[in-house]
Design a protein around this ligand. Structure first.
Ligand code: NDP
Length: 254
């Protein structure tokens, strides 16, 4: 059983892992035995996070790059592969949120959300998968959302981008599965992080959320770790194109 879920000898890159869910996933994947590479928009942010994992005895590297900039992405992936080693698992986690009524969104805000949540998944996955294909091995995990399937007021660009993550996952799956590369996604429900702080602070939202979610509570970000370890491990060698909802049952309830 340990071998099935162990990430020993696996090198994992997690985008947007300086804080929030990405950092907790990096910690969980490291605890499962993985060597992790943490990414953030600043080197200081990535190093602070990596130092916390190194202090716990894990092998953790830090590399800042902007996931929306193809030149930075390609240079970073080349640097990792040449100086640290082959990337066995990629977790596309970096994401941003903007809240506004649909009629008031600016084109710039739309572009910002699409760039980080959608285009970056394409850019980073392509750069990494081009190296995984000759090795005939790899795993890519895309972080989606409830909004990968459900709409919600004030976050239309986010929902559009997370819906695209579902189809990026499926599109990459149908081309890359034959190369022994498993592409899957995790769709978190509502978790308490900096991104959702405005909702956590909103009493009316809290009341709605606990009534709407069968599990009747917010998710604790640590509860996403099991799904990530599973999809990164040998246990998921024949799991392809799947979006694993970790949402307290929200998606299946009216
Ligand atoms: P946070 O806002 O807490 O963290 C976002 C992370 O993404 C940060 O590390 C940030 O880096 C990084 N990031 C943002 N833009 C870029 C960029 N251009 N290049 C590189 N890194 C970038 O978000 P969460 O932890 O809440 O969310 C993580 C993922 O989970 C996202 O994809 C989000 O959509 C998804 N999710 C979150 C849910 C929740 O309830 N919180 C629910 C469903 C999905 P830096 O630290 O340098 O700013």
């Amino acid at each position: 059983m340990n071998t099935l879920f162990s990430l020993e000898n696996k090198r994992v890159l997690i985008t947007g892992s300086g804080r929030g869910i990405g950092f907790l996933l990096a910690k969980g994947l490291a605890e499962a035995g993985g060597e992790v590479i943490l990414n953030a928009t600043t080197q200081a942010g990535a190093e602070r996070a990596a130092a916390q994992l190194s202090a716990r005895g894990h092998t953790a590297h830090a590399l800042a790059f902007d996931v929306t900039q193809s030149a930075q992405v390609n240079a970073a992936i080349e640097q990792i592969e040449n100086q640290i080693g082959a990337i066995d698992v990629l977790v596309n986690n970096a994401g941003i949120q903007r809240r506004r009524p649909f009629l008031e969104f600016s084109e710039q805000e739309w572009n910002e959300v699409i760039a980080v949540n959608q285009t970056a998944v394409f850019l980073v996955s392509q750069a990494v998968a081009r190296r995984m294909v000759p090795r005939q091995q790899g795993k890519i995990i895309n972080i989606g959302s409830m909004q990968s399937e459900l709409g919600r007021e004030t976050i239309t660009p986010y929902a559009a981008s997370k819906g695209a993550v579902t189809m990026l996952t499926r599109g990459m799956c149908v081309e890359l599965a034959r190369h022994n590369i498993q592409i899957n996604g995790i769709a978190p429900g509502y978790f308490k992080t900096e991104m959702t702080q405005a909702l956590v602070d909103d009493e009316a939202f809290n009341a709605w959320l606990t009534k709407r979610t069968p599990a009747a509570r917010w998710g604790n970000p640590e509860e996403l770790i099991g799904a990530a370890v599973f999809l990164a491990s040998k246990a998921a060698d024949f799991v392809n194109g799947h979006l694993l909802f970790v949402d307290g049952g929200m998606r299946v309830a009216v």
